[in-house]
Design a protein around this ligand. Sequence first.
Ligand code: F6R
Ligand code: MG
Ligand code: MG
Length: 367
Amino acid sequence: MKITLSAIKADIGSIGGHIIPSDDLLMEVEDYIDKAVGDLIFDYFIGNIGDDITILLSHELGSNSEKIHRLAWDAFLAGTEIAKEQGLYGAGQDLLSDSFSGNICGLGPGIAEITFDERENESFLLIAADKTEPGAFNLPLYLGFADPMYNSGLILAPAIGKGFSFTVIDVSHTEGDRVIELVTPEEVYDLVALLRDNGRFVVESIHTRTTGAHTVACSTTRLRNIAGKYVGKDDPIMLIRTQKDFPATGEIIAPYEIGHIVAGFMRGSHTGPLMPVRAGSGISFFDGPPSVSCLAFCVHNGILTEPSDLFDHPYWDWVRNNICVKTHEIRRQGFSGAAMLPYSDLEYGGITVRMEQLENKFKIRGR
Ligand code: F6R
Ligand code: MG
Ligand code: MG
């Protein structure tokens, strides 16, 4: 049976700043989506990471379905009304358009979709991050799909050993989608040359080289490009089909123990390690840390199991403690050097005004 999984996320308001949606807000989005079960969709899951609400839908209308995108958009609109009623901070902030125009891409919410023939045992992951950008997934995807240090299947499982095809998008290119396809292992150095630049080149999808099956879909939205100004970070969402001819679930999540340093954190203008957290966690220290959650599901005839929260395990408590130390170390240097993003990536314009004012005060000293 052919089904589509659509994962859509948006920040439409949260408690106490950019922290966590209220229960009533989550409930409203859930109630709205629930009405579509048996009609537009087979099943759904509603959750959150930090201030972002994630909607997961299973259906048979294919990727880029206007009806499905409208359903998610309308659910976010309904939620926004509750957010306004409750006085939540940033109510409706990611809904950047006044009207729905047929496709949710480019309107603010992030979206990742995969359409496939359901396997008998179809397992997949819903990975979502807050206070960072889509390029934060570059390193864990590379390590999980192309590096035998993390993916033992590359040497142990023949189908996986054939490698993968990565589609990478240049998110700084605003006139249309500028994309490139690179295969591993042959083009691994070219791939890495792009993926080192998380702010510009982002993994959009990954397919197997054996059958061309779609295994990864990532949101690559750039809110800044859509709104023309800072309206919040482009907190990403991603779907990954796992097991058999795809990497094992444990191989995919192993790289998250690194706590690699990503862009985001306070005011979307700093750097900090990406911390794996329990799904539904809020945001705290220094409007962060940049956080990632991972829920594992199985789906059969379009019906989802309950999720298993992969970062809710004692191993990840140890990882989190280590990442706290790394976070503390980078935060100790405040605004200095590598702790803050370069000018081009600062999400607030205030410093530009300040620099312009200082410009007039500079004098060229005679020699
Ligand atoms: C970062 C983020 C927060 C806000 C900060 C200030 O992505 O959402 O760190 O930038 O809380 O928010 P405003 O400007 O809304 O007061
Ligand atoms: Mg936000
Ligand atoms: Mg967010």
